[in-house]
Structures are given as structure tokens and as C-alpha cells.
Design a protein around this ligand. Structure first.
Ligand code: CU
Length: 359
């Protein structure tokens, strides 16, 4: 072996056909050959100069490069497949209305925070931190003046807490660790009890207020809707949708799902559709509805001095906006975030896309 390693390149090139150099050269070729075949056997190191060319360099490229039209058709096929799959079925549904247990006139809700696997879109399962196994967590719906008790059980590996976003509650139940309460440690439970203030009705939220960029991004959030005792005529609606936007670890989602698994909003021709936008993410999302305008009636639960109209409504983090859509035109109307990289790529639509379907 040491003899071979001492062989210089000039010796190889100028070698005389002596038995000694013949043996040296043969050994060198064997070593080089062995190294090459080892390379060929390692799949990660296989390199083809042109993956699309299967000719081996002996004939014209095969298959031939795509024409511009073929490339356009290939892209269209991906876009069409996404739209045809909508609304795609996935496992699990978030934001399900939760019935309280009544205890001496108090509405009692129990929420368990726990790690689960959650299907965002077909065959796209991710780890989620969820309340009661759903993302968003169960919808809590009460009336102004109700007495509410919420019991949080923490089955996570880190501490957590719940803040009631938009409710004007006593300081002690504000849900911010080290400001108003100790963190709820893994394995512990914590009880919040309060009366929903009169006049504080509308679309509110509950979510973690501990390591929140991670915990809310992973799914620890839900709608807390307070119905008024005396609804205003502007609020009258035939169908009522809660529409929670998020943009954390699970990507761009509406109610915990990404297109084509997002849920369409449906109404009959002539019906009034209420949409309660809630942004639990960390980015703004201008929601744009095709074909019909939206009439904005409330911001953060508070009725506007006068309703106003738009077709694109920016929903900033933490905001809630309530709108009415007078469903005056039949059809499938695209409804999406207008920051286009949140909704579409060259592979087709994804993330923050759904449709308002008027039939
Ligand atoms: Cu967006």
C-alpha cells in the first residue's frame, strides 16, 4: 500500500512496461475504480447533469424540453386540481359550539389544553396545542350579564393561562401570568369566574397569554361571543359565521384549516350573512370578497356609529370586525386574503382562500 501511495502522476504517465510499474498501475486503477463504484452506490451522491435528459447523451434530449404552452398547461393543471378539491375533507373541526354545564345559575365550561395532531389540509398533519382537541378551541357563546365559570386543565409540558380578549373583566381574572395570576403549571388546573358585563356584547376571543407567540400560533385560541339582550336591527342575520384567521406554526389558516380544506360560507339568495372576523395571528390580512360588498357593523364588539361599506377589510392582529353581506348575487364567490402570497403560489391557491356560496 505504501508503495502505491508513493507513485507520482509523472511515474504513471511515463511508466515503462516493467512488471513493477504494471503492478503499481493496476493497483491504482483498482483503487480508483473501487472509489467510483462506491460513489455510484451512494444514492445521495448520484448526479445527473440534466435530470430531464434520459438519452445518456447519445441521442437528442429525451424527453424534449417543454414548450411555453406545455408549461402553462402544467401550471393550470395544478391550479385546477386545488380548486376541484375544494372543499376538501379533513379530520377534525374547530370552533364547535360548546354547551355549558349549569351549576346554580352559573355557566360552567371546562377546557383542557393538550398536544394533538391536527389535519390542516388533506394529508397535512401537524402538531397542535389545542383546547378540547380542536383548533380553534370550542366556541363559547353567552349573553351579557351571564355568570361564567371557566376551568382550565393544563395537560401541556409547559405552563399556560387564559386571557379573555375584549371582555372588560375584573383585574384578577385578566389571565396574564405574573401580572394578575401565577402561571398554570403542567398538570394543574385553574378556575376563572366572572359576570359578563352588560354592554360588552359582541365578537370576542379567549387565548393563551403565556409564551403566546408559540401557544396561540399552535392553536390555543377560540371565539368568545357575547350575545346582546337587545340586539340592534343592524345585527339581524340569517346565517352567522365566525371566521378566525391565524398565521403561526400552522401557516395561513381560516378556522384552523388551509385551502382547499377551508369551509365555504353558504347562504340562500337574499339572505343576510354575518361574518365575525377575528385575527389570532401576528400579521395583517386584508380580506377581500368578490361580487358583493360587506357592510361593517362592529369593531372589537362595539357597534359602529353608522354602518359602512367595503369589499376589502383589513383585519389586524387582535382585531375583530363584524360585517353583514347581503347575499344578492348567486354564485361561488372567491373570498381570500389579498396579501397574495398568503393565498396563492405558482402551484395554485393555498392557505387563506375560501368562497362565499350563494345558491
Ligand atoms: Cu393574509
Amino acid at each position: 500500500m505504501s508503495e502505491i501511495l508513493k507513485l507520482s502522476s509523472s511515474e504513471v504517465l511515463n511508466a515503462k512496461a516493467s512488471r513493477r510499474t504494471f503492478l503499481k498501475n493496476s493497483a491504482l486503477v483498482a483503487i480508483a475504480g473501487g472509489a467510483l463504484s462506491a460513489c455510484n452506490e451512494a444514492p445521495a451522491q448520484k448526479v445527473s447533469p440534466n435530470a430531464a435528459d434520459n438519452s445518456g447523451g447519445t441521442t437528442a434530449p429525451n424527453p424534449a424540453p417543454l414548450t411555453a404552452r406545455q408549461k402553462a398547461d402544467a401550471m393550470d393543471k395544478m391550479h385546477e386540481a386545488g380548486v376541484k378539491a375544494f372543499p376538501a375533507k379533513t379530520e377534525g373541526k374547530g370552533n364547535q359550539l360548546m354547551a355549558p354545564r349549569i351549576d346554580g345559575g352559573v355557566k360552567v365550561y371546562e377546557l383542557t389544553a393538550e398536544k394533538i395532531m391536527w389535519e390542516i389540509a388533506p394529508d397535512q398533519k401537524v402538531e397542535a396545542w389545542a383546547y378540547n382537541g380542536q383548533v380553534p378551541g370550542p366556541q363559547i357563546r353567552v349573553r351579557e350579564g351571564d355568570r361564567v365559570r371557566l376551568v382550565l386543565h393544563n395537560k401541556l409540558e409547559e405552563s399556560t393561562a387564559i386571557h379573555f380578549h375584549g371582555l372588560e373583566l375584573p383585574n384578577a381574572v385578566d389571565g396574564v401570568p405574573f401580572i394578575t395570576q401565577p402561571p398554570v403549571k403542567p398538570g394543574e388546573s385553574y378556575t376563572y369566574e366572572f359576570t359578563v358585563p352588560t354592554g360588552n356584547h359582541g365578537s370576542h376571543m379567549y387565548h393563551s397569554h403565556h409564551n403566546a407567540a408559540t401557544q396561540v400560533g399552535l392553536g390555543l385560541l377560540g371565539a368568545f361571543i357575547v350575545e346582546p339582550r337587545n340586539p340592534s336591527p343592524v345585527e339581524r342575520a340569517d346565517v352567522d359565521y365566525t371566521f378566525i384567521l391565524n398565521d403561526g406554526a400552522h401557516g395561513y389558516t381560516f378556522n384552523g384549516k388551509a385551502f382547499p380544506a377551508t369551509e365555504p360560507l353558504t347562504a340562500k339568495l337574499g339572505q343576510r350573512m354575518r361574518i365575525r372576523f377575528m385575527n389570532e395571528g401576528m400579521m395583517i390580512h386584508p380580506m377581500h370578497l368578490h361580487g358583493m360588498h360587506m357592510t361593517v357593523i362592529a369593531k372589537d364588539g362595539w357597534l359602529q356609529p353608522a354602518p359602512w361599506k367595503c369589499d376589502t377589510l383589513n383585519i389586524a392582529p387582535g382585531e375583530r370586525w363584524d360585517v353583514i353581506v347581503q347575499c344578492k348575487s348567486a354564485g361561488v364567490w372567491a373570498f381570500h386574503c389579498h396579501i397574495l402570497p398568503h393565498a396563492e403560489s405558482d402551484h395554485g391557491m393555498f392557505g387563506m382562500v375560501t368562497a362565499v356560496i350563494v345558491a
